[in-house]
Design a protein around this ligand. Structure first.
Ligand code: F3S
Length: 406
């Protein structure tokens, strides 16, 4: 049976309202029946998927969140551009209902999968409950905060109660590296960002759910490099945390990263593996491209700037859509700096609030999609009938201009 403090008992007894009671009931159920947790931890940060539960109870009891809490991009629509993106009105209405609940609870509505770049960044040793895959890996690995990949109801319950069950990566003994990863025949500094996305996807495939320890990745790393090492690991596999010796906070040395244990396995990634991943992620031999999409996870400011500089003085082919997905705050700065004008003047769209994978499912004429994201390439081919092409930003922009991949 999970130990509860007096305050947690009061929440469970309904003294904080019915909505909070339902949330605590779920956490106690998870702690006792699923995770075998001994106690609850104070949770300081939540990141919620588009999800409602106990909506009436939460609204009626005027419940409020107790953590820093943000939300993931919507699956289907964009605040301003949903019509242009071909999204049905009924989908928009459903998502407005979620907005209403989240607003009443007091979430910071960021609609992004990179909230760690925009103020929701738990600190070293703090506990969090996040939905989505890559943000949670970033918090564990780069920030040294502690949390597990959790489903929507658990994130919302943690936001409302400020508690999360103690299990998995909250515990020090579960955070040590298990498999070392080295590079064979190349240096990390020679990899482009797209190569990194392929390399990391390939490592995810090999380690599956174990904790990899990268050696041979030197400081300093850019924000975009770190983001690109992180996001493919839970796509190729189901990685929740990784270490980079000499870079990430729990890995000052290889010995620290492994917790003094011997590695269970040692992996060497070669250029052949990276090339093989590029080939695997291209699921069509079609040359005609209908959509070029960036921003999975959401584009940083520098990534938007790179897209703009590749488009400078050029025009997107009239039969091709070009979408760059990002968060509203980043778009705002990019607007100020003339970057949005360059992208949209060339015929692209800078889309905010939206998950980069789903909107094109509503476009029947989109058969072939080109992207620089190994996550879109993998999930896009599983979730839709479209053929996927994976390559560098330059190759994607060339395809947007000519309408052809090659
Ligand atoms: Fe973000 Fe959607 Fe990709 S939430 S990471 S754009 S799958």
């Amino acid at each position: 049976m999970v130990f509860l403090t007096k305050e947690e008992e009061q929440m469970l007894a309904g003294e904080e309202g019915l909505g909070t009671q339902k949330a605590m009931e779920l956490l106690v159920y998870l702690a006792e029946k699923v995770f075998d947790a001994e106690k609850m931890l104070t949770c300081t940060s939540s990141h919620c998927l588009d999800f409602t539960c106990w909506e009436d109870e939460l609204l009626e009891s005027e419940a409020k969140i107790r953590t820093m809490a943000t939300n993931n991009p919507r699956m289907a629509i964009n605040g301003e551009l949903w019509k242009k993106m071909g999204v049905p009105e009924k989908v928009k209405r459903k998502e407005e209902k979620i907005d209403h609940l989240y607003e009443s609870l007091g979430l910071t509505l960021l609609y992004t999968c990179v909230p760690y770049l925009l103020g929701n960044a738990p600190r070293f040793g703090q506990h969090f409950s996040w939905g989505g895959s890559s943000g949670q890996v970033y918090c564990n690995s780069i920030l040294g905060a502690r949390g597990n990949r959790e489903a929507g109801p658990a994130n919302l319950a943690a936001a409302i109660t400020g508690r999360t069950p103690e299990y998995g990566l909250h515990l020090t003994e579960n955070r040590y590296g298990q498999i070392t990863v080295g590079f064979d025949g190349f240096a990390f500094k020679d990899l482009s960002k797209t190569d990194i996305a392929a390399m990391s996807y390939c490592v995810g495939e090999q380690v599956v759910e174990k904790i990899p320890v990268f050696t041979g990745i030197p400081r300093p790393l850019t924000t975009e490099q770190v983001k690109t090492i992180t996001y493919p690991l839970p796509v190729g596999g189901a990685v929740q945390m990784y270490h980079i010796v000499g870079v990430t906070p729990e890995a000052p040395t290889l010995e620290n990263a492994l917790g003094g244990n011997k590695p269970e396995d040692k992996i060497q990634v070669g250029l052949k593996d990276i090339k093989g991943t590029y080939e695997k992620l291209c699921t069509t031999s079609e040359e005609k491209v209908d959509l070029v999409i960036f921003g999975c996870p959401h584009c940083t400011y520098d990534e938007l700037r790179e897209i703009a500089s590749l488009l400078e003085g050029k025009k997107v082919h009239k039969k091709v859509h070009l979408w760059a997905c990002t968060s509203k705050p980043i778009k705002l700065v990019a607007e100020r700096m003339g970057i949005v004008k360059t992208i949209e003047g060339a015929g692209g769209l800078v889309v905010t609030d939206t998950c980069a994978i789903m909107p094109w499912a509503y476009h029947p004429e989109i058969d072939v999609v080109a992207t620089n994201s190994s996550k879109i390439a993998f999930f896009g081919s599983g979730l839709t009938d479209a053929g996927l092409l994976f390559g560098s930003p330059k190759k994607c922009i060339d395809a947007a201009i000519t309408g052809r991949w090659g």
